[in-house]
Design a binder for this molecule. Structure first.
Ligand code: HEM
Length: 401
């Protein structure tokens, strides 16, 4: 998409199969869309997901729901997931999982310092963390003998995502009518995802009165605003949302640091100057690590985890001098925006310092890895804390063990 934008400019039309869209790759256009946002912003409909829910008589979650019903869900979840004070308290749980992760990596590391499938190990780390936070549940995925069900969940998410793309750009109605292999595999993957998520929810709700609370499910279910069916839909999506994204973002952060020795050294120095020997990083101590936060911001700018988001125009809207009719799908391409030399000098270089030095001159719409406005990622604060702690552990792991 970055290359297309270089060829066709900051805004252009694109038809891909039955899918018609307008592509934007410029922060000023993103800002103009944000300024016109309504109370219920809409993204591109994920029709295959909706069709699965209708087919199995399941509810929609935050990623799939629209309008007022979305807003009610969002408020219930946001209160617990986006409140900085509430999220800060999750550092203990995140550190507990991180300790297991570091031990596991040390155990499975070959002599030359290689891990066979680091990305899958990171998937296990992110899954273990999100389940602990959502349900107070330790799944044991970082132990030698781990549960098949949990591994299956991660694999089912990958399988479901594999078929999502092709189903999005062709007629999903037709796939369903003809019961194509793509539709069958997508359905099977969702069946597996829902089975596991429902079991976790059920087991947690059954035990709520007996064990310690503090998990997101207990807090939300106590508010009593959402039905069990809605909880299943929302929590399946939160469980999915917390796996690939954080794992991918950490993988890129490790990669970017590995290519930039000076940044690594500077970061190590900052961590050493902030933490006393033997201390674990906490939400509080991270506040004293501006360079660490800049490394993460820079990594998410240079190598965004989610390549795009979208908005469906709710009314005829002027964007960059073009009138986009109501219903137009606008795709917001993060790479094209964040690699734009007009907004970042040396845009393709990893330079964490830019977030410290040029802070006031940087356009806030020129790097939005978690999206924008009311529909911004609801797991943002959680992910940021998790990634900041993880980076800290990565640099310290040899001294902590
Ligand atoms: C939405 C990115 C982690 C759950 C989004 C969006 C982006 C995004 C770009 C679309 C926002 C928009 O349209 O403006 C990321 C990145 C992550 C991350 C880069 C980590 C590095 C998480 C986590 C969770 C999560 C940990 C679950 C706890 C969601 C949900 C939505 C969403 C439910 C839909 C929100 C709504 O429509 O109301 N995310 N995300 N994400 N994300 Fe994340």
């Amino acid at each position: 998409m970055h290359q297309y934008h270089q060829k066709f400019g900051k805004i252009f039309k694109m038809n891909l199969g039955t899918f018609k869209s307008v592509q934007i790759g410029d922060p000023t256009l993103l800002e103009s869309i944000f300024r016109k946002e309504s109370n219920y912003p809409r993204r591109l409909e994920i029709k295959p997901w909706k069709m699965y829910r209708d087919y199995r008589n399941e509810a929609y979650g935050l990623l799939t729901q629209e309008g007022q019903a979305w807003q009610t869900m969002r408020k219930a979840v946001q209160r617990n997931l986006m409140d900085p004070k509430e999220v800060a308290k999750l550092d203990l749980k995140m550190n507990e999982v991180m300790q297991d992760f570091v031990t596991r990596i040390n155990n499975i590391c070959h002599e030359k310092g290689c891990v066979d499938d680091l990305y899958f190990e990171l998937n296990k780390w992110s899954y273990e963390t999100i389940c602990f936070i959502l349900y107070n549940r330790r799944c044991g995925l970082l132990q030698e003998a781990c549960g098949e069900d949990d591994l299956k969940f991660i694999k089912s998410v990958k399988e479901m995502m594999k078929y999502l793309g092709p189903l999005m750009v062709t007629s999903v109605n037709l796939h369903r009518k003809l019961n194509t292999p793509q539709w069958q595999k997508h359905t099977q993957a969702w069946d597996d995802i829902f089975t596991t998520a429902k079991r976790f929810i059920h087991e947690r709700l059954e035990n709520i009165s007996k064990s310690q609370k503090g998990d997101i499910l207990s807090k939300i279910s106590e508010q009593g605003q959402l039905s069990k069916k809605e909880l299943s839909a929302i929590f399946s999506e939160l469980q999915i949302g917390g796996i690939e994204t954080t794992a991918n973002a950490l993988m890129w952060a490790i990669f970017n640091l590995s290519q930039n020795y000076n940044a690594q050294e500077k970061l190590y120095e900052e961590i050493q100057n902030t933490l006393l020997p033997g201390d674990l990083p906490t939400s509080q101590s991270l506040k004293q690590m501006p360079y660490l936060r800049s490394c993460l911001k820079e990594s998410m700018r240079l190598t965004p985890t989610v390549p795009f988001t979208s908005r469906t125009m709710e009314e005829d809207t002027n964007v960059g001098g073009f009138l986009l009719p109501q219903g137009t799908i606008v795709m917001i391409n993060f790479h094209a925006i964040t690699w734009n030399e007009d907004f970042y000098t040396d845009a393709k270089k990893f330079k964490p310092e830019r977030w410290l030095q040029d802070k006031h001159t940087l356009n806030p719409f020129a790097s939005t890895p978690f999206g924008i406005g009311r529909r911004m990622c609801v797991g943002r604060r959680l992910a940021e804390l998790q990634l900041q702690l993880a980076l800290c552990w990565q640099l310290l792991k040899s001294t902590l063990l």
